[in-house]
Design a protein. Structure first.
Length: 107
């Protein structure tokens, strides 16, 4: 579920940044978004729960990083207030999903 959610989030971000001329910020944000789903997918293919959890922690960190970048993009006018609020809420939900998955795997 989290992997599907993250890919949808990455696509949404790409669409919202399509016209962005701040290539450094755009590149960093899209890399963070792709990193989230990539780390979840890579971790899921590992041989142990411990390895999966490690990659989930990396994905959760990338989500926090992207949340900060979304805030900055909103403050400088790269993203509208509505898009910033939507993406921030989606990223908070995603972080919670990853956190809950980590907890369930540690049992």
């Amino acid at each position: 579920m989290a992997a599907i959610y993250t890919t949808q989030l990455a696509v949404s971000l790409y669409e919202n940044l399509r016209e962005c001329k701040d290539y450094g910020l755009k590149d960093q944000m899209t890399r963070s978004a792709v990193s989230i789903s990539s780390n979840i997918a890579e971790g899921a293919e590992r041989d142990s729960k411990a390895e999966f959890v490690r990659f989930l922690h990396i994905a959760k960190g990338s989500a926090a990083e992207l949340r900060t970048q979304v805030y900055i993009a909103g403050q400088i006018g790269t993203l509208s207030d509505a898009v910033q609020a939507q993406l921030t809420e989606e990223l908070k939900t995603l972080s919670s999903m990853i956190h809950n998955l980590i907890k369930s795997l540690k049992r």
